[in-house]
Design a protein around this ligand. Structure first.
Ligand code: ACM
Ligand code: ZN
Length: 834
């Protein structure tokens, strides 16, 4: 008996030995064969580097030291010697561009690439193997890898205009892209809020247009406040960054924003803009931000700017933007109208096309090709060499391909990393809420809409990080980038057939998050889920060994907060917050404990489901209750809901009859003001699954933490009819006020309650929800107990102020004491705590 046991133990032990270690490579390689044995890296290992990639020698040796812990000797050559690591360029290899082979045997390591970039891609794989969790430091398991990218263009854009990132930060950003085998860094260098690249023939572009603040030509924006803010790159800085990127196999594509998004240009050189009698606003609320197309000198200026760009950027493409042009400006300008008349144009898109045809000629003159956002294909034809960036959606990419353009898929709905990653996080929402899984789910080739030939025009896929609100919190730029870019890299590189979220997530959480941490990235970790049921909070950690900590009293968990180890007994589940931490810098958003769903369903066939649930157990007080329908997965948001009713003791409280789709994430309001423990509560609703697609969701019922007393809102300012004052009376967070103009000293917004309200605390918020744009900088709140006499409260801090009333409040007033230096002011519903 004992003997048998021993035998089993030995067998199990040896099984462990023969099992190949997980390498957790991201992006996943095309072919990989692995053996359990390992190559032990000699402590005096030699790296032999092909003369063809000599420029990357120091990058390779320092990266090798960092990831393997072994300081190598480096020599230039192309012959493999025993126990060395050879990096070889072999143009004759029969692999797609950027492909490589990696062979690790007892003889040593050979990384062979068809091009220098291919070798560098192989090098990244070596680094990842050395840093895989299961691989012992100082060893490399025997592997044979043959690998190549699915797409030739694997890009990422960073906006350095709205927030300025210095040269060293940009280099780090590029370094992280290289680690993911991404090969294009799209540098968004100019926009309304700052011109960031030195142009010697136009020095004021940076000297004036590179800064904003009081007394500057550009007003403060995007959190820059009442101070001088900005910066720019000298031409030598740019060249340094370009060389740094080249040593890592990353090409740098510059973007010059023309003819719109050009407030920084027209602030520095007003004569470049149109002369108009009436100011119209761009999508972002900017005025005078368009190049005049009728001013002939502007084309000479563009020629000299583009010429200087080509001395700094050797890359084949210059991106000249063309997005969101406020063409209404041209309709007001005599010079632009003159061109339209002369050319017989009836539409300003034709004028835009005229502009880009001329820009294409300039770009061609300097032996470069033009790239632009998807709007530039409107209004006429362009050169077939012009490459289009489809940002507004997949259909824009389809249209661009059908028009014969090489196309980069960069749909905001999947690859805009300025979008928030979950409902309650900072970030834009206009395209979608985009978490890592949604990025991973994106498939860049719309096969149903394009022929096989047409599909070849999709050259690649790209992400974008716009920087409007990357000012806060610290290192938010890193949080918004990773691990979403890790997912993007796999879409761009790996075979479509190999795509598998669970497998990717396992590689990511097993080894890759640690690699990100070692690169120094403050990435967004995955949050835990916390469930409250019958007096107990139970937390599910997002992956094995995740470090989940919690805080009580609704404060944010920190690195010092207690570690979650077992279920927590409490009745105050609403006051707990949970958060995953990784290393010193990375963390997830915090989450609260959720109560069990009051109902759920899962259907994959065409059917009508009538659901009736007793929810008495879930209702425990008077208040405003919200019923929300939450799809289990994004892919299960199919079907419609209607006839949603809440009953108390069989008597209808309220009913919502109209049909709404599950995609709209409906949230329905019910008021319970007759609560009693003995009452019985029930909800009824109807689901109609109209197609044989999966419809699955849960239904949550939550009591609002706020009061919603009847209120009337008035102001000294004029309202934008699309964002009226009444939007501050509905307590819907996503509808908010936008004024027509910026605020000035003496302006006010007054909230008057029909009946005075007793509150422990009132949050007064300005700016767009989830987004500190158009906030009140200078001002304070006031409150009144009788509606006549007002007391002064807190000053605005980053657009927010808090009131702690001592008696029932009849009115709250926002008082402005200075312009917010933005084109408009935005304000939100009051958050009134009981
Ligand atoms: C863009 O997002 N306006 C290209
Ligand atoms: Zn004009």
């Amino acid at each position: 008996m004992k003997k048998n046991l021993l035998l089993i133990v030995i067998l199990l032990g040896s099984l462990n030995v023969v099992k190949a270690q997980k390498l957790d490579i991201i992006p996943k390689p095309v072919h990989i064969q692995q053996k359990p044995e390992v190559f032990v890296i000699p402590s005096s290992v030699q790296l032999i580097i092909d003369p063809g990639i000599q420029k990357s020698a120091s990058y390779i040796s320092s990266g090798f030291l960092k990831n393997s812990g072994i300081s190598p000797k480096v020599s230039i050559g192309n012959k493999h010697k025993k126990h060395t690591i050879l990096f070889l360029v072999d143009k004759k290899m029969s692999l797609p561009n950027d492909g490589y082979q990696l062979s690790v045997t007892k003889k040593g390591v050979v990384v062979k690439g068809k091009s220098p970039n291919g070798v560098l891609n192989g090098f990244q794989t070596v680094l990842q193997i050395c840093s895989a969790k299961e691989v012992k430091k100082g060893t490399i398991p025997y592997v044979q890898i043959e690998d190549y990218p699915r797409f030739e263009w694997r890009g990422m854009m960073l906006d350095v205009s709205r927030q300025f990132f210095d040269k060293e930060t940009v280099k780090k950003y590029i370094d992280w892209l290289a680690a993911h085998k991404m090969n294009v860094f799209h540098w968004h260098l100019t926009d309304d809020n700052g011109w960031r690249v030195e142009i010697k023939s136009m020095p004021d572009l940076t000297l004036k247009g590179g800064f904003r603040g009081p007394g500057e030509v550009l007003l403060p924006s995007y959190g820059s406040g009442n101070k001088r803010y900005g910066g720019y790159y000298a031409q030598d800085d740019i060249k340094e960054v370009v060389a740094f990127a080249a040593a890592r196999g990353v090409a740098v594509m510059p973007e010059i924003e023309i003819p719109g998004h050009s407030r920084a240009v027209t602030a520095a050189y007003p004569e470049i803009g149109c002369v108009t009698t009436q100011e119209t606003k761009s999508v972002q609320g900017e005025v005078k931000n368009v190049w005049c197309v009728g001013r002939e000198e502007n084309f000479q200026i563009l020629d000299s700017i583009i010429k200087e760009f080509t001395t700094m950027f050797p890359f084949e493409y210059i991106h000249v933007a063309g997005d969101e042009v406020n063409r209404a400006t041209w309709e007001q300008c005599p010079k632009c109208k003159g061109v339209m008349e002369k050319e017989g144009y009836t539409d300003t898109f034709q004028l835009q096309n005229y502009f880009f045809k001329r820009v294409e000629k300039i770009v061609e003159k300097y032996n470069r090709k033009t790239a632009g956002w998807n709007e530039i294909i409107k209004g006429g034809t362009l050169s077939p060499n012009t490459e289009i960036f489809a940002w507004q959606g997949v259909n824009y990419g389809i249209e661009s391909v059908k028009r014969g353009h090489k196309t980069i898929m960069i749909p905001g709905q999947y690859t805009y990393f300025d979008m928030a990653q979950s409902e309650n996080e900072r970030g834009h929402r206009w395209a979608a809420i985009i978490d890592t899984k949604r990025v991973y789910r994106y498939e860049p080739i719309p096969i149903n809409d394009l022929t096989h030939e047409q599909q070849k025009l999709i050259k690649g896929v790209q992400g974008a990080l716009w920087s409007e609100y990357l000012d806060l919190p610290a290192r938010f730029m890193e949080y918004q980038s990773y691990p979403r870019i890790s997912a993007l890299s796999e879409i761009a590189w790996s075979k479509k057939e190999d795509k598998n979220w669970e497998n990717f997530y396992s590689r990511l959480t097993n080894s890759h998050l640690n690699r990100l941490a070692n690169m120094g990235i403050a990435f967004r970790d995955f949050p835990p889920t916390a469930n409250y049921n019958k007096g107990k909070i139970t937390v599910t950690v997002p992956y094995t060994n995740a470090e989940v900590r919690y805080a009580v009293q609704s404060s944010e968990p920190t690195k010092q907060s207690p570690l979650y180890t077992s279920p927590i007994e409490t009745k105050d589940y609403e006051h707990y917050k949970f958060k995953t931490f990784f290393g010193e810098a990375a963390a997830s958003p915090s989450v609260k404990a959720e109560k069990p769903a009051v109902a759920n369903w899962n259907s994959s066939k065409i059917e009508v489901l009538k659901i009736s649930e007793d929810i008495s157990e879930h209702v425990d007080k008077n208040g405003i209750w919200y019923l929300s329908f939450v799809p289990t997965e994004e892919t299960t948001a199919n079907g419609t809901i209607k006839e949603i009713s809440l009953f108390e003791n069989g008597k209808l409280i309220k009913s919502y009859a109209t049909e709404r789709t599950l995609k709209t994430k409906s949230r329905l309001r019910f008021v319970i003001d007759n609560y009693n423990e003995k009452n019985n509560y029930r909800i009824d609703f109807t689901i109609e699954n109209k197609e044989a697609k999966e419809s699955a969701a849960k239904v949550n019922l939550d009591c609002s933490p706020y009061q919603e007393p009847e209120v009337k809102v008035t102001s000294s300012m004029s309202e934008n009819p699309k964002f009226p004052f009444s939007s501050l009376e509905d307590y819907k967070i996503d509808t908010y006020l936008r004024t027509e103009n910026s605020c000035i000293n003496g302006d006010w917004i007054l909230y008057t309650f029909t009946n005075a309200v007793t509150a422990s605390k009132i949050d007064v918020l300005t700016g767009i929800p989830h987004h500190p744009r158009f906030i009140a900088n200078d001002g304070h709140v006031e409150y009144s107990y009788n509606g006549i006499d007002f007391e002064k409260g807190d000053s605005f801090n980053y657009g927010n102020a808090i009131i702690y009333p001592k008696q029932a409040v009849k009115a709250v007033r926002i008082m402005i004491t200075g312009t917010n230096n933005e084109p408009i002011l935005a304000a939100q519903d009051l958050r009134i705590h009981p």
